[in-house]
Every structure is written in C-alpha cells, then in structure tokens.
Ligand binder design. Structure first.
Ligand code: ZN
Length: 291
C-alpha cells in the first residue's frame, strides 16, 4: 500500500513538491522545479512522475481559486485564468486531487503540525511583501462563504494614509508587511538593507533599526487587534521569512497585543515549518480526502 501523498506548492518562480505521510511528516526532500514557460505542463509533469507512488495529490496555488476549489480563477504570476487544475491533474494521474490556496495550505500545516499544534483555533499571519492570513478552527481552515476569507492585508486600518496596489488607501499591508517595514527604513542609514538585516541590527542595539521596529510592530498590532476582537484565536503564529528573526520583534509585538487586547491571553509564536509549510499543508489536505 502506498503510504504517502504527493504535495505540490506552486510559487511564482518555482514549484516545491514532496511526499507527505499521514502524520504530516515529509518523506524525503522537497524538490524545487522551475515554473518555466508552461506552468501547467510543469505541474502535470511532476504529478505524472509520482502517480504510482502517491495515494492522492494536494496542491497549493497562488491567486484566486473558484469557490468549489476545482479551478484557479486567476493567478497573475502564472498567467492563469480559469485553469481546471483539479480535472487536469485527475485525468493525468487517476488520483484524487485537492486544491487550496497556498497561504491556507501553509496555515493548515502550522496549525496542525507546526507552531499552533494542539491549539483549538490558530490565526496564522504571513508577513511578506504583502500580508496573508489563514484562520483554522479545530484544524480546518475557515474559508468563508465564497472562499475569500483571509484577505486581511487589505483591511483599512491606517485611515487616509498611502495608496495600496489594490487601489484603496490605508490597507494594513502598506506599513505592516515587510515591504512596509523596509519603507520605514528609507532616509536612515539602513535604507536598502532589507527587513532581516534591519531586525538583526535592531537586536544589536542600532537606534535607527529599533525605531523602525517600534513603528512596524505598532502597525502590525493595528491590524491584529480587530482580528483578535472578531476571531478570539487561541494563538497567533507569525510566518514568513522574518519569523526566523522573531526574537528581534516578537517580544515587543506580544507586549503591544497584551496591552491592546484587554485581558485576552494570546500566545504569539514564530512559525515552525519555514518554507516547507505549504508542501506539508497540501499533503495534509490530500490525506484528508483518502483516510
Ligand atoms: Zn490594499
């Protein structure tokens, strides 16, 4: 009996794939494949190659998915519109295929087998060039009526401030994303050095870096508080590359949240699975279909 599921995490420039066992552990290494000129052909190729060694296939995709999770409705980086990914993969492999958003797949992994393991509800916040959130209840991702839950990066929390790529003003991610953090470094000696370097220098006592971290954690908190009020999560997991530098900003973030959330006790933890979260989550979703 085959005892792993193939998991595919599609990114803008490369596709991660791996085999995941029923407990959510990776079996072997994660493989990286360039997206290339034909992303669909690349995904189908990875799946065909593994069809005899997989029970089912889980896929995490960027972009907007259809509410029934059979199609990628729109993924700008892949040039995809209304791609019947589930049908195409099932036809190519004869296996059960499950599709979910990449951020949701990663959130599921962190909540079941990562930093949120054992918690009843987990809010996973990914800080990158934008902000993505995934909210899980009893190990299941909350999707909303049409599958669009979690577009929290575009909550208007900053009043009439700068314009966002989405066309609105005041979006949370304008200043709370890592790109927002990097903008806070403009005009300081740290300009152009990137978020992780600024966090490193902040931990070493650099005053400019520390001031930027203060402003950044205030911005992150401004969006987390309404989410905490609405969702009352048992814990918050901070994901994204900056989570590896968590000691430089998480203590301050915890303090701000405790101060602003009036009595609620919420754990705030760095993500534990790193860049493997998307693959592991896609694998767990595949297992949910066949066990
Ligand atoms: Zn926006």
């Amino acid at each position: 009996m085959v005892d792993t599921c193939l998991a595919i995490d599609i990114g803008g420039t490369s596709i991660k794939s791996g085999h995941v066992d029923a407990s959510g552990s990776l079996v072997g290494e994660i493989r990286m494949t360039a997206v290339g000129d034909d992303p669909l052909g690349t995904v189908l190729g990875i799946a065909r190659e593994a069809r005899d060694t997989t029970r089912a296939i889980g896929v995490g995709s960027p972009g907007y998915l259809s509410a029934d999770r059979t199609q990628v409705a729109y993924a700008v980086n892949l040039g995809w519109r209304d791609v019947d990914l589930v049908d195409r993969l099932q036809d190519a492999t004869g296996r059960t295929v499950v599709l979910e958003g990449d951020a949701n797949a990663a959130a599921l992994a962190e909540s079941r087998v990562g930093a949120g393991q054992g918690q009843s509800s987990v809010l996973v916040v990914t800080l990158g060039t934008g902000i993505g959130i995934g909210f899980t209840v009893q190990g299941q991702v909350f999707l909303g009526a049409q599958g669009f839950a979690g577009q929290a990066g575009h909550m208007p929390v900053h009043g009439e401030s700068a314009c966002c790529d989405c066309g609105r003003v005041g979006c949370w991610e304008i200043s709370a994303s890592t790109r927002g953090f990097e903008r806070m470094l403009d005009g300081t000696p740290l300009e152009g050095h990137g978020a992780r370097e600024a966090l490193r220098r902040s931990a070493l006592g650099d005053v400019d870096a520390q001031e930027a971290v203060q402003a950044w954690t205030a911005s992150i908190t401004a969006g987390l508080i309404p989410l905490i009020c609405m969702l009352d999560p048992a814990c918050i997991v901070i994901a994204g590359a900056v989570s590896e530098s968590g000691s430089a900003f998480l203590p301050q973030l915890r303090e701000r949240i405790a101060h602003a959330s009036a009595g609620q006790v919420i754990g705030v933890y760095p993500a534990r699975l790193g860049p493997a979260a998307g693959v592991i989550g896609a694998g767990l979703l595949a297992w949910d279909q066949v066990r």
